[in-house]
Write a protein that binds this ligand. Structure first.
Ligand code: C2O
Ligand code: CU
Length: 437
């Protein structure tokens, strides 16, 4: 693999996006003002062919600076969208062009990388279609999961150890050691469970669902009532198909599954917050010819749940076999002071040392989580190997959970490595991975 250089060739696909204030209606009687791309929520689906050059002109109609990050795509460093690291933030009224080759194929998403803007609605799916999928399917649906915050996001003001904090207390349900933002519900494709989207299917079809966890602070557990799911891609990378009843994924992770439509009726696609107590996000799988007034069936038990160890990448990563050239041992933990902070090895980004690597190295990062909550850790600009899977985001479980990832330093630049819980990121749980000569 050669380093990705800045793409100057003519785009195969050109898109303009405007970030601005807008109104969303996630439920029948609910409407709130948010910050959106093109006044849509989620933002417009961008869909290109593998290898196409994509140009996105972003116009900033917000009253704040912004950027876009192409989550998971190993883009050239200057278009990675991290303010103050890979670009100057885009000022209100300005336009910035992101141009890159869309590869490899996969299910991705794009989002603002400024402050807490992701939790205001600045997100959308990016689908890079493969020329030659390793699984067959007849139709597909993109399923964007999100946690719904009606108000302006804020870090807990009192250190987040109790009471007040993010506007009123603990979200309960396993969030000890942290405060859950005051979410008003959980969304599938921008809709609350009171107003679920319907996915039409025909008996006998194979349906590909592309699940994106675009939430800011939620681990979702996903099931489809009445159906087994065959997981075919993890973070966009093809895996040997594995049959499960459910999977859990953290903020920033994606799974593609194929479902065989062999069980006519109306069935809920359901996503529970494993770290919150909001009612589950829902959509409906509806077979053609079914009476649309029947109440959809809910999933029963979680059944067989996907484990990372079930994932076997179809093509493993180059450059990460044998022993690493460089290893980082990093502890993930809660900061000790009065303010709300999260740390990597005791340091709070941006007051944190870069992780220095050299081009061509096989780099290993070993993480130990000394806090009670999950941290979905995401590396920009690279895929990594974790077990036999190839991913770009991986959950490190709480209570001394350990995860080791390996990557090949094949994309020079300065790349963020961070927790994709947006509040943890904003409170310091990040480092720069910096190429040095
Ligand atoms: Cu979705 Cu820094 O990333
Ligand atoms: Cu975290």
């Amino acid at each position: 693999m050669t380093p990705r250089s800045t793409v100057t060739s003519e785009p195969d696909s050109s898109v303009s996006l405007t970030a601005g204030a807008g109104t969303i209606q996630p439920g029948p009687d609910v409407s709130t003002s948010n910050w959106l791309y093109d006044e849509q929520f989620p933002g417009p689906e961008l869909r290109v062919q593998e290898g196409d050059v994509l140009s996105v002109e972003l116009t900033n109609d917000l009253e704040a600076e912004t950027t876009i990050h192409w989550h998971g795509v190993p883009v050239p460093n200057p278009v990675d969208g991290v303010p103050g690291v890979t670009q100057e933030p885009i000022a209100p009224g300005e336009t910035f062009e992101y141009r890159f080759r869309a590869e490899p194929a996969g299910t991705y998403f794009y989002h603002s990388h400024v402050g807490l803007q992701l939790d205001r609605g600045l997100l959308g799916p990016l689908i890079v279609e493969e020329r030659d999928p390793h699984v067959e399917y007849d139709r597909e649906y993109v399923v964007v999961l999100d946690d719904y915050l009606p108000d302006e996001p804020q870090l807990p003001s009192d250190g987040g150890r109790g009471g007040g904090g993010m506007g009123g207390g603990m979200g309960g349900g396993g969030m000890m050691g942290d405060v859950r933002p005051p979410y008003d519900g959980l969304l599938i494709n921008g809709r609350l469970p009171e107003d679920p989207q319907t996915f039409g299917v025909t008996e006998g079809e194979r349906i590909r669902f592309r699940f994106v966890n675009a939430g800011s602070a939620t681990v979702f557990g996903v099931r489809i009532a009445g159906h087994e799911m065959t997981v075919t891609h993890a973070d966009g990378r093809p895996v040997d198909p594995v049959d499960v009843d459910s999977f859990a994924f953290g903020a920033g992770e994606r799974y593609d599954v194929v479902v065989e439509a062999t069980n006519p009726g109306r069935w809920f696609v359901q996503a529970d917050a494993l770290d919150g107590n909001e009612p589950p996000a829902r959509a409906v799988v509806e077979y053609e010819g079914t009476d649309g007034t029947n109440t959809p069936q809910v999933p029963s038990s979680p059944g067989d749940q996907l484990q990372y160890s079930d994932l076997q990448a179809i093509s493993s990563l180059d450059g990460v076999s044998g022993s690493p050239d460089r290893t980082f041992d990093l502890t993930l933990s809660r900061g000790g002071g009065q303010s709300y902070t999260w740390t990597i090895d005791g340091q709070t980004y941006p007051d944190a040392d870069p992780l220095r690597i050299r081009p061509g190295e096989h780099v290993r990062i070993r993480m130990t989580n000394q806090s009670p909550v999950v941290h979905p850790m995401h590396l920009h600009g690279h895929f990594f190997q974790v077990g036999n899977a190839v991913k770009d985001t991986v959950m490190v479980p709480g209570h001394r959970g350990q995860v080791t990832l390996d990557f090949h330093a094949d994309n020079p630049g300065r790349w963020l490595f961070h927790c994709h819980n947006l509040y943890h990121l904003d409170a310091g749980m990040a480092r720069i991975v910096k190429y040095v000569e």
